[in-house]
Design a protein around this ligand. Structure first.
Ligand code: C5P
Length: 243
């Protein structure tokens, strides 16, 4: 674990950035967060954008244990310059990685956001709306309309058509009052596992019966998980649709 104590900026939002996935969908080469988009590692681009938010006073990066040495040597100076205070090793599942980050979040954090390293183009306006909504309502997630027709699949056979009305897609950043996020993770640690069936953080809040508010997301918050996504990201940048 790396720690750099700097003069802490104002703000009460801590952001956990899970970046410890194994990156199998991307194929050979560096893991996803260290691939570059527009000449900059995706992880650095994501943290740089988070750092633009005045409410954010610390960023905790959760990295694959096998990447920590390389980050220390090659990226730490740049990451620290954009508000990264700590880098901790991730776990087997995303939820385990988030928990590892949550354990080191500063006690000063009133609000904790979780944002995937591989989503560098999230909207700052959406994030601001998520933070203010989470302050009032406990938990807030970005949503986009679901435009296709969802089907449930088994093997190569469609089992059924799922009713589209009322369905939305969600991603990150997801934002929580810190006491609530700690409570739901601690409850989960006592009663179950942080398995790979937990694909986002708000589902733990829902499972406890607490409210999760929905905030409409921007248009280009893509998750870069495949070589095609990388090409799309470069194209969005080249077209000036994201920065
Ligand atoms: O696996 P998934 O696509 O849901 O990953 C979303 C984010 O969670 C990625 O940024 C990935 O690096 C991170 N992750 C993690 N630890 C894991 C699995 C995924 O930090 N064990």
């Amino acid at each position: 674990m790396m720690n750099a104590s700097a003069d802490a900026p104002a703000g009460d939002v801590s952001v956990i950035v899970p970046a410890a996935g194994s990156g199998e969908r991307m194929g050979a080469g560096p893991r996803k967060p260290y691939l570059t988009v527009g000449g900059e590692p995706i992880l650095l681009r994501t943290c740089r954008r988070l750092h633009e938010l005045t409410d954010v006073f610390e960023i905790v990066v959760v990295a694959h244990p096998g990447d920590i040495d390389q980050i220390q040597q090659e990226l730490w100076t740049d990451l620290h310059a954009v508000g990264v205070e700590l880098i901790v090793p991730g776990g087997q599942t995303r939820a385990q990685s988030v928990w590892n980050g949550l354990e080191v979040v500063s006690a000063k954090a009133e609000v904790v956001a979780v944002h995937d390293a591989v989503r560098p183009f999230f909207s700052l306006d959406t994030m601001r709306a998520l933070v203010s909504t989470a302050r009032r309502r406990g938990a807030a997630v970005p949503v986009s309309p679901f435009l296709d027709t969802p089907k449930r699949l088994e093997g190569d056979k469609i089992l059924e058509t799922v009713r589209r009305a009322g369905l939305v897609r969600t991603g990150t950043p997801q934002v929580f009052r810190s006491d609530l996020l700690i409570e739901v993770y601690e409850y989960r640690m006592r009663t179950g596992e942080l398995s790979d069936r937990i694909t986002d953080d708000s589902q733990l809040v829902e499972a406890m019966g607490a409210e999760v508010a929905a905030v409409l997301d921007g248009d280009f918050n893509i998750k870069i998980t495949s070589p095609t996504d990388l090409r799309l990201a470069e194209a969005l940048l080249a077209a000036g649709l994201v920065e």
